[in-house]
Ligand binder design. Structure first.
Ligand code: SF4
Ligand code: SF4
Ligand code: SF4
Ligand code: FES
Length: 956
């Protein structure tokens, strides 16, 4: 009986797995094994537990066959074939260990070592170097050629990249880095230049790695078998000693990582090859940008103050939560039960967001709880619930590998969801066809070996018109999947919808003029989507953050239902969620109208269930949304806010409106890791904990619940969930949890889509996609297979209403790869090497007509406010459109954005703001005021350090 290795371990099996129904049986060193057809001899041997020496092979990359280390003997085959490039055949007999092979391998290794620095003992890879390991495996004892003569030992290091070094003297030209950049990342930044002895790795497009086309994903570093490409943190700190599997705290891809530790110090983050969302890949943020977690700016002691003009006073946790609780109760007594509320965080864990909404509903006694999804994907929740019956994406990321046509709308995965973008590009290289609908010429439109067949560069604010025009073509040209519609969808609603979209005023010829897109391209896109095989839609904030965001989401669901592109692999409706746990924060009942699991607060049966579990009476009416909280604050009826892990002063639209509302409140409690922009208006600061400092779970964009595991103690003394528990207890509402697993058990007991979720099950499966219950104990990778969650799919009418924002120039906003959201984390890392300020992208024609050159200061004004940014003149944006990111508070991108919002959910219309743009020479008045306020708050924070140890004098 032969025991196969568990391929779900980190053992490198040399070459990738093959998927085949045909099994091939062969004999290796006298033992028999059956493997799928197409498997390499090397992998088959590794599955038997037989190690064949290798250098250029690794199981994350296709075999290359260059190092000649893995030679074997095969009966009936001449010579010594490389086991990595030789596929198994039926009846094959392989010998991996013979005297001749031992000599050959030793000779090859001797050549490598003769041109390699002999500094193993002081090398950063010592103990974790494949060259060193293989030299030991082949028994090399001496090098006959000496170390004189031509060699590469004096080659100069490239240390330009802030996170890794390139030391060419240690390169064995195995090509793994080049293949990782191509196959895993899809950037094609590396090449091997020169031949023979002159061969060397070069990063294209620049003098060094930093200036090159490299996007610093680190795949090459991970693939390198030597110390040639090596993390600076390992060079500095040495090899790690232990590792803990956890989940990235940045974007909605939810990559799984091994946090590699030395003592309690994090040495490096290595993407977990068993990670079901990322399969061993990552981007620059997750792999490298974790330095913020121990940045000196971290505030690790609770602080209180009576007024925001007072210096902060450091106090104990007990004093801080007691003060916060007494203030909240005072406000409720004076202004009423509904005068306070809370905001949950999409950066915190499911357990933490659950507790904050529970605290608001049970301890505050109202439903004034909301979350940042209000300003990003709330239209997804609404639109998909209306049409499909569930407020979440329908697929796994892996589903894209079955797609024949991929439609990306209002999303820029290369920057915002980079690991998914790499997977998508891989599918495009395999032949899938791409349609991009976006005002900007995003990277996917024209990247290496992955080009969009159609780029519909529509005017900002015309998504619904575009979707209606696409639907018009599908209906009027007979491209509907009628059997699917008849079997799966509500007939009456379909009839209304199809009559509506068939009208002449929804034709591409009419709506194309509104969108600014050639009608022929719209027709071509509709035909391709409807007839090109499996068609999948991926969309982002460029769809939701509009006054018709919910309408556009319903329009997308309509297209998928009309063409039968839903309910199987390779198709579906896939919202690319922004923050790491935005799906989870919505699932956990963070919206004022919904309890966990998207059940309306007015539902008496559900409410009663929670009332019994929480031992309170709950209010049956929805509470205030974030924009309503601001309005109520300005009108004097909303006075207190508990804000965990969000920076609404920077992230929400119309900054001046937001800061006026914050200034009008009497008690703002901020729980965060830094004194962010919102905390500058706070009266109580509770130290937050980074993802490294707590246990919990995140739920990514594919509904995948993954464990977050604590690797170090909270720097501020409490994990965020412990802070909420302390505040609840101080408010007189008892919360008792010894560990976040108990919170998850409570969530599972109250949420039908989570019934089978527990930490034990998550540890057993690695991760689970909800719904996960008796009907689907192992989770649900693909939704709506047999029927929609709501039963029959519902087509919704999607009348186009032009945005009110219409002038010559429109501002739209977005993200960049190296920075994340409000930048509080990434601005405190070396990622500023790539992006240290927000710039305004402007088309050359618009720039020229305004006398604007690259790098000039440009004033941007809307009816909400003015700010000043430096110009980047680029054809990425169309004439009439300007674009900026919002990662730096002083840029004031949201000073410009207005309070226009989605009709159904109040999601702000970030993507469309009418602006005037002109050359200027000074900061805007807002920027001057912001700087003065910010400097003053920094001073008050500094003074708190001088007040260290002072007793709280703030109590009333
Ligand atoms: S870091 Fe990533 S993008 Fe840069 S060269 Fe390596 S694999 Fe390519
Ligand atoms: S840098 Fe590393 S991975 Fe790339 S060719 Fe050299 S040794 Fe191989
Ligand atoms: S793709 Fe997203 S989840 Fe993955 S490493 Fe990058 S930021 Fe983290
Ligand atoms: S490992 Fe097979 S040739 Fe390098």
């Amino acid at each position: 009986m032969i025991t196969l290795f568990d391929p779900k371990t980190d053992i490198d099996l040399g070459t990738p797995a093959r998927d085949s129904d045909v099994q091939v049986t062969l004999n290796i060193d006298g033992r028999s094994i059956s493997v799928p057809e197409g498997t390499s001899v090397m992998r088959a041997a590794a599955l038997l537990g037989t190690t064949i020496p290798k250098l250029c092979a690794t199981d994350s990359l296709e075999a290359f066959g260059s190092c000649r280390m893995c030679l074997v003997e095969i009966d009936g085959m001449r010579g010594y074939p490389a086991s990595c490039t030789t596929p198994v055949t039926e009846g094959m007999t392989v010998h991996t260990q013979t005297p001749k092979l031992a000599t050959l391998r030793r000779n090859v290794m001797e050549l490598y070592i003769s041109d390699h620095p002999l500094d193993c003992l002081t090398c950063s890879a010592n103990g974790n170097c494949e060259l060193q390991t293989v030299a030991g495996q082949v028994g090399l004892r001496e090098v006959r050629y000496g170390y004189e003569g031509d060699n590469h030992l004096a080659d100069v290091k490239d240390t330009s990249n802030p996170y890794f070094d390139y030391d060419p003297s240690k390169c064995i030209v195995c090509n793994r880095c080049v293949r990782a950049c191509e196959e895993t990342q899809g950037t094609f930044a590396l090449t091997i230049t020169g031949r023979g002895f002159e061969s060397r790795v070069e990063a294209a497009g620049g003098e060094n790695f930093l200036d090159s086309e490299c996007v610093s994903c680190g795949a090459c570093v991970q693939a390198c078998p030597t110390a040639t490409l090596m993390e600076k943190s390992v060079v500095e700190l040495g090899q790690p000693e232990r590792s803990v599997i956890t989940t990235c705290a940045y974007c909605g891809v939810g990559c799984s990582f091994r946090a590699e530790m030395k003592g309690d110090q994090l040495v490096r983050m290595v993407p977990d090859k068993n990670g079901q969302a990322n399969h061993g890949h990552s981007c620059v943020k997750g792999r490298f940008a974790w330095g913020y977690a121990t940045h000196p700016d971290r505030i690790t002691t609770p602080m209180i103050r009576k007024n925001i003009t007072d210096p902060w006073q450091e106090v104990s946790w007990d004093e801080a939560v007691t003060y916060a609780a007494s203030e909240f109760r005072r406000l409720q007594q004076k202004y009423g039960r509904d005068s306070i509320g809370g905001i949950t965080s999409s950066r915190c864990t499911n357990e933490e967001t659950y507790l904050v909404q529970k605290l608001v509903r049970a301890a505050f006694g109202n439903n004034n709880v909301d979350t940042c999804a209000r300003v990003c994907h709330s239209p997804t929740g609404y639109g998909l619930k209306q049409t499909l019956g569930e407020s979440a994406g329908t697929q796994s990321f892996d589903s894209v590998m079955q797609a024949d046509v991929i439609l990306v709308m209002g999303a820029n995965p290369s920057d915002a969801h980079p690991v998914f973008a790499s997977q998508l590009k891989r599918r495009l290289r395999e032949g899938a066809r791409l349609i991009v609908i976006d005002p900007r010429r995003i990277d996917l439109v024209d990247s290496v070996h992955a080009r969009a067949e159609l780029h519909l560069a529509l005017r900002p604010g015309t998504n619904v018109a575009m979707l209606n025009a696409l639907a018009h073509v599908i209906v009027t040209e007979g491209l509907l999947n009628q059997p699917f519609i008849d079997a799966r969808c509500e007939g009456t609603d379909f009839a209304h919808w199809s009559e509506f979209v068939s009208r002449a005023d929804n034709s591409p010829e009419v709506l194309g003029a509104i969108c600014g897109v050639d009608p022929a391209d719209i027709r071509a896109a509709a035909r391709l989507y409807a007839t090109g095989g499996n068609a999948a839609i991926y969309y982002g904030l460029g769809v939701t953050e509009h006054s018709q965001g919910s309408t556009a989401v319903m329009g997308i669901a309509n297209l998928a239902m009309a063409t039968g592109n839903i309910g199987r692999e390779g198709v579906g409706v896939n919202p690319l969620r922004g923050q790491n746990n935005v799906q989870g924060s919505c699932d956990m009942g963070s919206f004022p109208h919904e309890l966990p699991g998207y059940r309306h607060i007015s539902n008496e049966v559900v409410r009663t269930q929670f009332e019994q579990a929480w031992n309170v009476t709950l209010q049956p009416d929805p509470g205030l949304r974030i924009p309503n909280m601001f309005e109520a604050a300005l009108s004097g009826s909303f006075k207190g806010l508990y804000c965990q892990g969000e920076d609404i002063a920077q992230s929400d639209p119309n900054t001046q409106h937001v800061t006026a509302a914050l200034s009008a409140m009497e008690c703002i409690v901020v729980q965060d890791i830094f004194l962010n922009e919102t905390a500058k208006f706070a009266h109580v600061f509770l130290p937050g904990s980074s993802f490294l400092e707590k246990d919990g779970t995140f739920t990514n964009a594919e509904r995948r619940i993954s464990r977050v595991r604590k690797v170090m103690d909270p720097l501020g003394g409490k994990a965020d969930w412990e802070g909420t528990v302390a505040l609840a207890n101080a408010l007189g509402y008892p919360m008792n949890y010894a560990h976040p697993s108990e919170i998850m058990d409570e969530i599972a007991s109250l949420t039908p889509t989570f019934t089978n979720v527990s930490y034990a099950e998550l540890d057993r499966h690695g991760s689970l996609q909800w719904p996960c219950n008796a009907a689907a104990p192992d989770g649900t990778p693909t939704m709506h297979i047999e029927e929609f969650v709501r039963g029959k799919g519902r087509f919704m009418l999607t009348g186009y209403v032009p945005t009110e924002e219409k002038v010559n120039m429109l501002l739209t906003t977005g993200r960049i790869l190296s920075q994340y959201n409000v930048g509080a984390q990434t601005r405190r890392t070396e990622n500023v090497a790539w992006h240290d300020e927000d710039r305004l992208e402007i088309h050359p024609t618009d720039a020229e007509s305004r006398g604007i050159n690259e790098g000039d200061w440009v004033g941007i004004g809307s009816r909400a406010g003015q700010t000043v940014l430096r110009a980047r003149v680029t054809e990425r944006v169309a004439p009439g459109v300007v674009y900026t990111t919002f990662h730096f508070p002083e840029s004031g991108a949201n000073v410009i954005t207005t309070d226009n919002s989605d009709w159904a959910t109040n999601c702000p219309e970030y993507k469309v703001t009418a602006v005037e743009v002109s050359r200027v020479y000074h900061p805007s008045e807002w920027q001057k005021r912001y700087q003065a306020f910010s400097d003053e708050q920094d001073r008050l924070l500094r003074e708190r350090r001088q007040a260290r140890g002072a007793k709280a004098e703030v109590r009333r």
